[in-house]
Design a protein around this ligand. Sequence first.
Ligand code: N01
Length: 532
Amino acid sequence: MAGKPDLDVIVVGAGFAGLYMLHRSRGAGFRTRVFEAGDGVGGTWYWNRYPGARCDVESMEYSYSFSNELQQEWEWTERYAGQPEILRYANHVAERFDLRRGITFNTRVTGAVFDENENRWLVTTDSGESVSSPFLVMATGCLSSTNLPDFEGRDSFLGETYHTGRWPHQGVDFTGKRVGIIGTGSSAIQAIPVIAAEAKHLTVFQRTPNYSIPAHNKPLDSAAVQEIKAEYPEFRADNLRMHAGFGSRVHHNDAPALSDDADDREANYAARWRHGGFTFLGAYNDLLRSREANETAAEFVRQRIRETVDDPKVAELLCPDNVIGCKRPCLDTGYFETYNRANVELVDARKRGIERITPNGVVAGGRQFEFDCIVFATGFDAMTGALLGVDVRGRDGVTLKQAWDAGPRTYLGLCTVGFPNLFLVTGPGSPSVLTNMIVAIEQHVDWITDCLRDLRREGCGTIEATRQAQDDWVEHVNTVAGLTLYPTCNSWYLGKNIPGKPQVFMPLIGFPPYAQMCAEVAANGYRGFDLG
Ligand code: N01
């Protein structure tokens, strides 16, 4: 490779992480270019346009904090913003900070090879372009690589098929259609009530029942918004303190569940249920540490399901029996009520799974169902899928896939041994999906940009995690997870939703101490990194 690269930083992805990375690094004087596979900004909110798509973190929190002008001028309309509004926000940010000119759209990065002689990344794209830069930032998102299970006969279906994570931009009209939906995760739980209201008939195939908490979404009250805006920095700081694993401001009760008697506990859960959202899981401090405590909250939710769903058999099928909060909890608007509709059927796919897909529909539970459309709400190859979807090669030509053969290994969730100058935004081993993603993104992008400036100031060309620091970090992430009930169910946090994926608890639990650790690493001369 000859000559100087004309870029300092290449960023993969123009979601919230890529947009902010471009803004910060450009502001720090780095020549930065972003590649984006879609034809617009927004990442996950660009692709996930399924009916009912809405964020489960409140809109006043799920937004950038880096610009006071931005946070003052933007007006959210609902307590939980819908996908179209969040996408409008992403577009507004791109316009306001003149980011589009730094983004190459409709271009997927296919490969990235580290040149050890020149200390730079050579990046190739599906448009045939090759570019190089010393630093490469993967802003590829945690829930962006869709999981479409290899059901027998999947491609034989003659009707229309959709994946919630790749929804057609023009929308889908289900009027008069017989629809089957596979999956009952967050995406399905949001889509099911909306599709049911439109379709002639909806059949839901459920493998594992899910806990869901009412969102109680509503228009935002402008006086309350003004109050927050008057003290937005304090509100954000307060939110950080309150993050404890559910991605949003949670009012924590710092007492164990069994310290209350049954009536008080019920009253506490009921008040939080009426408030809606993840506040429910902050009812006690040991809900994700003690099975006995957890069961009290789980049973409260089961009772609400039994109360809501008219047919007792359907209600029992909908009642989960695992730990609440162990999988990402869902927030819904009228999910359980939907099973009282005459045009909705719930099918138990737990024992025999989806047996096969036929030209006319689905075979499950020993029955044949005929459909005009099938919706796959089957989730994502989370946290590593998008990273490993790019052919990344580090020192000695070792691929990221090889390096992570037994599961992802990182230092701070930001860097990985053998891949110098490669940064992961909200990578495995960082809190990422267990906190408010925009908060996690801002913290990572700020850390990476400050690091790039420090390297420039010190005249360093490379930064790479040491093996010892990485090994210690992986052990730390596992130890913290092992103190909780998180690893006890088949969640995508563990990679259990993807056949053959190594099972490792990928996110780190606990955002505020994590952010503090990252700051200390930088303040101590990038402890745990080799700088060259
Ligand atoms: O995906 P999921 P998702 N046969 O993996 C089923 C975020 N998100 O897109 O549980 C039959 O949760 C699978 O069954 P099981 C949020 O973090 C946020 O819904 O594995 N079924 C499950 O029911 C969320 O957690 C928002 O047994 C199969 C479903 O498909 C994450 O994205 C909205 C199957 C997949 O559920 C992912 O949510 C949407 C098979 N072979 C998403 N394979 C909000 O902000 C999978 N399933 C509100």
